[in-house]
Design a binder for this molecule. Structure first.
Ligand SMILES: C[C@@](O)(CCOP(=O)(O)OP(=O)(O)O)CC(=O)O
Ligand SMILES: [Mg+2]
Length: 336
């Protein structure tokens, strides 16, 4: 029975690695500290489009808002109730720049806790016309292609890094195309593929045992970064060695969002790869701290709800080791 469950977990991890999602059926950690996500109440999602023309100029919009009047920014805006992230992107680019667009991939997710998550897309123009000053309205004054060299009064310099992300990805698509998977979720959660690897190329994944073996799912709490949820899991699984570990969220395999039912499916599930790396020291059998040599087994779990599963499937092991080494997955940056 357990063997079958382990096999199923490995199958699920392979599916997540290929960018698929899977239904969020429950939450193991943090649900008591988090409420169902409700757009414009306890979560704000922002979409932002990085769009280039064939001269590698980037599409910019001139803001009409009082607080940033006549300053330039990427087309961006808040997701509205009932929208998918891609629908919000298309709407914002149309309203602010006049173009129809098609998302190519997510480039980056930025977060300041579940109450502010920004999804940056690389996208391409598929129709429409550039918004001119004669079409100025409350959404924007106009749009323009920017050569990224000439002086331009910016609403925020934070977009320079986003433009760089887009340029780098166009030149070298260094992670798989990653677009939101249309699966509903009530909370903002991280489903963790939390791994421990050693110098012998072995790799373990931390699993929760009941009701059946599964990947830990942790709800984001508003007082911490979304990615803090992984720390909560490690703290619960191995409290006495928690402070000797680095919990590194390496990136997102896939992202699930549906958004159609306000207050019921406003959540997001981030399927994340997290590496547990002992600090430069580990403890020996006598509990003394010793230099970690990169060999050996993962730190023992102390909570009977958790168990380490050593990956058996060769192809999965190789894929996970490669992802963990090269972090060739969608990045998530906590701006907390
Ligand atoms: C990331 C932003 O700076 C840009 C998006 O916000 P907007 O103010 O442009 O929102 P809309 O009015 O919906 O277009 C917002 C932020 O939180 O900093
Ligand atoms: Mg805007």
């Amino acid at each position: 029975m357990e063997e079958e469950q382990r096999r199923q977990v490995e199958e699920q991890v392979e599916a997540l690695l290929s960018g698929q999602g899977s239904e969020v059926t429950g939450c193991d950690v943090g649900l008591d500290q988090s409420k169902p996500a409700t757009l414009k109440k306890n979560v704000t999602y922002i979409v932002c489009g990085v769009i280039f023309n064939d001269k590698e100029e980037v599409l910019m919009v001139q803001e009409a808002k009082q607080e940033c009047y006549k300053q330039w920014y990427l087309p961006a805006g808040r997701v509205e109730v009932g929208e998918s992230l891609e629908e919000a992107l298309r709407r914002e680019v149309k309203e602010e720049a006049g173009f129809d667009c098609e998302p190519i991939t997510l480039l980056l997710v930025q977060e300041q806790g579940p109450q502010w998550i920004r999804f940056i897309f690389l996208a391409k123009v598929t129709g429409g016309t550039l918004k001119t000053p004669s079409a100025a309205d409350h959404e924007s004054l106009q749009a323009s292609w920017w050569d990224r060299q000439s002086a331009l009064p910016l609403r925020g310099r934070d977009i320079l890094r986003l433009i760089d992300c887009g340029l780098k990805y166009r030149q070298d698509p260094w992670h798989p195309v990653t677009l939101p998977v249309d699966l509903s979720c009530r909370h903002v959660v991280q489903r963790l593929v939390l791994v421990f690897t050693n110098a012998e190329q072995q790799i373990w994944i931390l699993l929760v045992k009941a009701p059946v073996l599964h990947l830990p799912t942790a709800a984001a709490v508003k007082t911490h970064a979304v990615t803090w949820a992984a720390n909560l899991v490690v703290q619960e699984a191995m409290p006495s060695v928690y402070y000797d570990q680095d919990v590194n969220t390496l990136g997102i395999f896939s992202l699930q969002h549906n958004g159609r039912q306000h207050g019921k499916t406003d959540g997001v599930c981030l399927n994340t790869l997290v590496a547990l790396v002992p600090d430069y020291v580990q403890r020996n059998e006598d509990g003394e701290k010793v230099e970690w040599t990169g060999t050996g087994r993962p730190p023992p779990v102390e909570n009977p709800q958790y168990v380490w599963h050593e990956v058996q499937k060769q192809t999965l092991r190789e894929k996970l080791l490669e992802k963990t080494k090269n972090t060739s997955i969608l990045p998530i940056h906590s701006l907390y």
